[in-house]
Write a protein that binds this ligand. Sequence first.
Ligand SMILES: [Zn+2]
Ligand SMILES: [Zn+2]
Length: 124
Amino acid sequence: MKCFVHQDADAVGTCRACNKGICPACVKDLGHSICCNHGPCETKARTLDSQVAQSGVVLAAQRRNRFLAPLFFIMAGALFIAFSGGGKGSWFGFGHAFGLGFIVFGIILGAASHRYAKELERKG
Ligand SMILES: [Zn+2]
Ligand SMILES: [Zn+2]
């Protein structure tokens, strides 16, 4: 492959933005990608790269938070049960039912997100 600008020069790679061949004289190193060092390609390539980086961050955060939400509901439910008792006559009160509901919801949420994550991993 030859450089898009210099037809006699061998290209060292392709531009991240316009996918044309670029030679060492035309290349602009962006860290983990390269683009033409002229025209609007640098801005476009940087935007593309930052979008990729952002989606990576979002994915990592989703993976990290997978068990946080279910855990929160289970903890909240446990706290509800712990503080709703305390000798007010009825052992199983509204607080207990509410807390149990939270815990069940947390478990279902955890199972659902676990299955969803498994499906994502299978798809790659
Ligand atoms: Zn380009
Ligand atoms: Zn060139």
